[in-house]
Design a protein around this ligand. Structure first.
Ligand code: NAG
Ligand code: NAG
Ligand code: NAG
Ligand code: NAG
Ligand code: NAG
Length: 255
């Protein structure tokens, strides 16, 4: 094999390598995403002997971390069946701006929901922090979660009111905040949530009356408001909820 042939082969090999890199097959996630994932592992107390790098982020934890087809950005995180217990939610998760699914239910997490997660608004569709020991408010800053479909925060110690701002979550199909210590009334503003199918707000300390404007929820299937301090009458306007399957207003002062 002549010197020039060898040189050609090397050149071809080099070009092929560059091509692979440019097609992101080896490119990995950004430094920022790798750091955010590392922060999350520490905060959740997810036992982790392998350090997170831009190259291993999408492959080393297939049960918890999922990426796009190019393995260039993190799209789903799900730690629910991991052994991690007793952690908190780090603000830096907000750097994962391609995240569509985030599940950290039943992990004995404490602390509050970081308002910084408002930065996930362009991507997040499924947010599940249910069955933990979380406290504080449902952050009004999440108003710009314009793609969120399922918001699961039941079985915690969340306090304060249902933020009227969440009426901007136009894609919302399920709001699950049962079994917390939430107070105040049901925001009349939620009448604009036209995709809402599941409204689980039972076992809280809500008061006031049922907003007649919710009659516009023409997709609603489940309306679970039992065990609160609601008063007044059942709005006759709800008669146009043609798809309703479960309607539970028990253990309130409604009539
Ligand atoms: C992969 O990356 C290319 C360019 O960076 C992009 O056009 C394409 O949509 C990506 N594919 C997937 C599945 O994310
Ligand atoms: C999260 O992981 C659990 C356990 O693997 C699974 O049952 C559940 O469907 C996952 N949730 C989502 C939203 O993907
Ligand atoms: C929640 O986690 C505990 C372990 O801490 C486990 O025993 C229980 O089955 C889990 N519950 C659900 C609904 O996954
Ligand atoms: C949402 O609002 C926050 C400020 O609360 C901002 O930093 C973020 O960029 C916004 N995100 C989107 C997707 O609009
Ligand atoms: C339900 O009824 C109210 C008036 O009672 C009306 O304003 C609203 O448009 C109706 N919604 C649907 C989906 O029919």
């Amino acid at each position: 094999m002549g010197c020039s042939t060898l040189f050609s082969l090397l050149a071809i090999w080099w070009v092929a390598l560059l091509w692979l890199r440019s097609n992101s097959a080896l490119a990995g996630v950004s430094e920022l995403e790798a750091e955010a994932l590392g922060d999350l592992f520490v905060a959740l107390t997810f036992t982790n002997t392998t350090p997170v790098t831009i190259d291993n982020a999408c492959t080393a934890w297939p049960n918890q971390v999922m990426c796009d087809g190019n393995k260039s950005t993190i799209t789903q995180l799900n730690f629910t069946l991991s052994q991690a217990r007793g952690g908190t939610l780090p603000p830096t998760l907000s750097y994962l701006t391609s995240l569509t699914v985030f599940v950290v239910s039943n992990m004995s997490l404490s602390g509050t929901l970081p308002p910084e997660y408002s930065a996930l608004g362009m991507s997040l569709q499924h947010f599940d922090v249910s069955s933990n020991l979380l406290t504080g408010p449902l952050p009004p800053a999440y108003r710009n979660w314009s793609h969120i479909k399922r918001f699961l925060a039941m079985n915690n110690q969340f306090s304060g009111t249902l933020p009227p701002e969440y009426s901007n979550m136009k894609q919302l199909e399920g709001l699950y905040v049962a079994s917390n210590v939430l107070t105040g009334n049901f925001p009349p503003e939620y009448g604009t949530l036209m995709n809402l199918q599941q409204f689980f707000v039972d076992d809280n300390a809500f008061d006031g009356t049922l907003p007649p404007g919710y009659s516009s929820w023409n997709q609603v299937k489940v309306f679970f408001v039992s065990n609160n301090h609601l008063s007044g009458t059942l709005p006759s306007q709800y008669k146009n909820w043609t798809g309703i399957n479960i309607f539970d207003v028990s253990n309130n002062a409604t009539n």
